[in-house]
Design a protein around this ligand. Structure first.
Ligand SMILES: [Zn+2]
Length: 394
């Protein structure tokens, strides 16, 4: 191709000017009708405006250099093959056209690079985000589509694009491990069918936990675990007990068993105790410290906490990140729930009631369902009712 530089003129210059204007490196050219109305002859466009539209003037020279700099090209102000190609590729924004793998003549452009970046951020393997729609990008699009229940045709059209944009709003942050955790969560979709929840009664066997007001923590959490298990199963989820009622393994062993079973979530049930009878309320704990936390664990803890407070009327003692062995060693999102203080008369009276215990199970189930609902479908706290018997899977 012929190189274009300062002082040149002609249709190729006009085309490059239009591309630079489209990318906002040059002001948009005035409309012909405006020129006509202000033109001295009143009929044809003024000679001055017509000239500048196809002239490589100093303003265009500056625009070309700025564009080159933004693309990592040498900023020499000359439009050669590299700059011409970059100008062409920059014209395409994601969503402007259908993207697919055209063997022999691959689609190239900024829209392809944007697609590759998004897929890569969500953990799909596109290789390098080189802006070329090749077989690897096609495979990544297929993977994404399969994950989201879309037809896996490997083409990025309006439906796939909409799904990408929807997830973009949900999956944010910079840490790849947090992103992967969120993507795994979203990849499940809103159906809870077949999900495996590890239920961990906090005490058992020779370990009674807190004893007060005629109640024993071991027995309270065993009953809560039974209720939760029934409620989850009747909604189509699978459950596993982390330990038998006559044993009390240490935290590392509890985590190991849930990990070995491939549980999707981990729920540890406790009630609290304190020397002061005035201490009361509900708290939830998830894995985390100053450097970061389990994003999904934190969200699950928050949802359980909100549902519990709303349904039991107990004091809100909030959610807290902890590095406890149980939370640290579990590979799935895990929450330790402290449902009130047995040493507090009001909390103890509530925990003695079977209605409140049923609400605790309901709160945990609801929180789990909310965790898997897309943000736009998430209902207000205390209002979601998960069907008692979910549609059976095949
Ligand atoms: Zn306990």
């Amino acid at each position: 191709m012929k190189l274009l530089r300062l002082g040149d003129r002609g249709p190729a210059v006009a085309e490059a000017r239009a591309a630079l204007a489209h990318l906002s490196f040059l002001p948009t050219a005035p409309r012909k009708s405006e020129e006509a109305s202000t033109g001295p002859t009143g009929g044809s466009p003024s000679a001055g405006a017509a000239e500048s539209a196809d002239v490589f003037d100093p303003a265009m020279d500056r625009a070309v250099r700025a564009f080159q700099q933004s693309r990592g090209l040498s900023a020499d102000g000359i439009i050669g093959p590299d700059t011409a190609r970059a100008l062409e590729e920059a014209r395409h924004q994601l969503g402007d056209r259908l993207l697919y793998h055209a063997a022999g003549h691959p689609l190239v452009g900024d829209d392809v690079a944007a697609l590759q970046e998004r897929l890569s951020n969500m953990g799909f393997d596109v290789g390098r985000a080189d802006g070329i729609f090749g077989p690897r990008t096609e495979a990544a699009v297929r993977d994404f589509q399969r994950n989201r229940g879309l037809e896996p045709d490997g083409r990025c059209g309006p439906v796939t694009l909409r799904e990408l944009q929807r997830l973009q709003r949900t999956v944010t942050g910079g840490r790849p491990d947090v992103l992967r955790e969120s993507v795994r969560l979203l990849a499940r979709g809103p159906s809870l069918l077949g999900m495996l929840v590890a239920i961990d009664p906090g005490h058992g066997g020779d370990d009674p936990g807190v004893v007060a007001h005629g109640l024993t923590e071991r027995d309270v959490v065993a009953d809560l675990a039974d209720r939760l298990e029934n409620r989850l199963r009747s909604s189509g989820l699978r459950t596993m007990r982390v330990h038998e009622s006559d044993e009390a393994p240490d935290d590392a062993e509890r985590a190991r068993r849930a990990n070995a079973a491939g549980a999707d979530l981990f729920i540890s049930l406790h009630v609290d105790g304190n020397p002061s009878p005035r201490a009361e309320g509900v708290a939830c704990y998830y894995f985390g410290n100053a450097r970061g936390s389990s994003a999904v664990g934190e969200r699950l803890a928050l949802l359980v906490q909100k549902e519990l407070v709303s349904r039991t009327g107990m004091l809100d003692c909030r959610t807290h990140p902890k590095t406890w062995e149980l939370l640290r060693r579990t590979t799935m999102p895990a929450v330790r729930i402290e449902v009130g203080y047995l040493t507090n008369p009001r909390d103890a009276a509530a925990l003695a009631s079977s209605e409140v215990r049923a609400e605790v199970a309901e709160a945990v189930l609801t929180a789990i369902q909310r965790l898997y609902l897309p943000p736009e479908q998430d209902p207000p706290t205390g209002q979601l009712r998960v069907p008692r018997v979910a549609t059976p899977s095949s």
